[in-house]
Design a protein around this ligand. Structure first.
Ligand code: ADP
Ligand code: ADP
Ligand code: ZN
Length: 216
């Protein structure tokens, strides 16, 4: 299965991706997670992308495409992958098409998690993430059993430095570069839209039934 997830920041891509990974056993490849890991480890890539993530601007296409192509060439991506947060520009979408063609594969579906913009600020400012295992929580919509502590691994929860009102504003502006991808994939005949404003488990049952149909 080759799947991509589209949606505005805070639409629920990462939350749904984690469940798909667990149930369908395909790697969850998140460019945002890869960049944040590089920043935390202070690698050359991390140093290069830090200012983009901090401000909420998109990392340049060339660099992003290189990182994704390297990741897709790793063994575990042989059985398929779920891309979360990539592509985010038309140039990235075209580069992905080229890479897939080289690998002799095709995209099965572009899952577009649609939410009205009004709900995003509350989702993003309330988002908390486990430092150890990366599980995503929300202070109100998906709280951990014990405040500040991960249910799965007892790790410490933190707030992303770009989940502030100011960076969120920039990220929503940057989404104008991503919005055209909805039509791009609709024209390819692979777009599937999911209503992301429902509770998390309802959204997942929609996602799941789309993916189960693909497997037949
Ligand atoms: P969100 O979950 O809020 O949609 P991500 O974790 O996907 O955010 O991305 C965080 C940041 O990482 C973005 O604001 C951007 O700076 C950078 N980034 C992630 N994916 C891409 C991409 N495909 N192209 C360019 N920049 C990206
Ligand atoms: P994205 O990866 O698209 O930026 P996330 O999956 O990180 O979005 O979700 C953003 C925040 O909203 C997280 O705190 C998450 O717990 C919460 N969230 C995700 N899906 C829903 C939903 N369907 N209803 C309410 N809150 C949600
Ligand atoms: Zn954890």
């Amino acid at each position: 299965m080759q799947i991509i997830l589209l949606g505005m920041p805070g639409a629920g891509k990462g939350t749904q991706a984690a469940q798909v990974r667990d149930e369908f056993g395909i790697p969850h490849i998140s460019t945002g997670d890869m960049f944040r890991a590089a920043i935390a480890a202070e690698t050359p890539l991390g140093l290069e992308v830090k200012e983009y993530l901090d401000s909420g601007k998109l990392v340049p296409d060339e660099l992003t495409i290189r990182v994704v192509n390297e990741r897709l060439s790793q063994d575990d991506a042989n059985k398929g992958f779920l891309l979360d947060g990539f592509p985010r520009t038309l140039a990235q979408a075209q580069a992905l098409d080229e890479s897939l063609a080289k690998m002799g594969r095709t995209l099965d579906t572009a899952l577009y998690i649609h939410v009205p913009q009004e709900v995003l600020l509350a989702r993003l400012t309330g988002r908390r993430i486990c430092k150890s295992c990366g599980t995503t929580y929300h202070l109100v919509f998906q709280p951990p059993v014990e405040a500040g502590v991960c249910d799965k691994c007892a790790g410490e929860l933190y707030q992303r430095s770009d989940d502030t009102e100011e960076a969120v504003k920039t990220r929503l502006e940057q989404y104008s570069q991503t919005a055209p991808l909805v039509d791009y994939y609709r024209n390819q005949g692979v777009l599937q839209q999911v209503d992301g404003q429902q509770p998390i488990d309802k959204v997942y049952s929609q996602v799941r039934s789309i993916l189960l149909k693909l497997q037949v």
